[in-house]
Design a protein around this ligand. Structure first.
Ligand code: MG
Length: 254
């Protein structure tokens, strides 16, 4: 059995990734300022694209396997990979926005779920749990840890709230490419791979729990992109790109 060896980035590489991460963070500031009842999701997408390009970044999602937009925007029961379009955001929606940027050869990827106006308790619960699960995952990061410890911290947080963590989509290593090894399940899958993979100092991870109010089952709509909960209950998504450094976890996308 060959062990999966995870790539380490130097402090200098991580500094470069930070520049991509700052562009992502500025894009979220822009989104937060725009999100209000009546705004179209393609208006948000266009504003993010303009901001990223004006700062010299490239949009990682546009054209990725044919994806037609710069951002993924997923509302309420939509989990991930929603396509921005003519839909207008409504009061009470939860709106997940996922943004990936390459700058000077290095990538950063993050997602936030925004509440528009007053949201239901069920929607608020998935948003809080997704964010909390990401924070719980970041809190356990240290050089040399096993991947399974990260997955367990995320799963335990979500399930302690009586909610479900999506199993069919996972986080990922990130660096010069958006998707690098390892895949990061947000639950303990029982695999040898997850139990034996070591996260070294300098590894960079896009950690991204997706939390459902009902069951973890999801399905893909006829557009072949938008993933929704099978039971149509709400879902939320939070993601940051994080480096494991000797001094502790460094969040790249803030
Ligand atoms: Mg990602």
């Amino acid at each position: 059995m060959s062990l999966l060896v995870i790539d380490s980035k130097s402090p200098r590489d991580i500094e470069k990734m930070r520049k991509a991460g700052v562009i992502v963070a500025r894009a979220f500031d822009k989104v937060a300022g725009m999100l209000a009842p009546g705004v179209r999701t393609d208006e948000i997408d266009a504003a993010v694209e303009e901001l990223v390009l004006s700062r010299g970044g490239k949009l990682l999602f546009k054209g990725y396997r044919g994806f037609p937009a710069s951002t993924c925007i997923s509302i309420n029961e939509e989990v991930v990979h929603g396509i921005p379009g003519a839909r207008r955001v409504a009061d009470g929606d939860i709106v997940s926005v996922d943004i990936g940027v390459r700058f000077d050869g290095w990538c950063a990827d993050a997602a936030r779920t925004f509440a528009v106006g007053a949201i239901s308790a069920q929607r608020a619960a998935v948003v809080a749990a997704a964010r909390g699960a990401l924070e719980a995952g970041i809190a356990v990061l240290r050089p040399g840890m096993k991947l399974v410890e990260l997955s367990r911290a995320i799963q335990d947080h979500v399930e302690s709230k009586g909610l479900a963590v999506v199993r069919s989509y996972v986080g990922h290593g990130i660096g010069r490419e958006m998707h690098e090894e390892p895949q990061i399940p947000n639950f303990v899958d029982g695999s040898v791979r997850q139990a034996t993979t070591v996260l070294p100092e300098g590894c960079c991870l896009a950690i991204e729990p997706m939390v459902n109010a009902g069951t973890y089952d999801v399905e893909t709509l006829a557009n072949n992109w938008t993933v929704v909960t099978k039971d149509k209950k709400p879902s939320a998504h939070w993601e940051d790109t994080v480096a494991i450094t000797a001094a502790g976890p460094l969040v790249i996308t803030v």
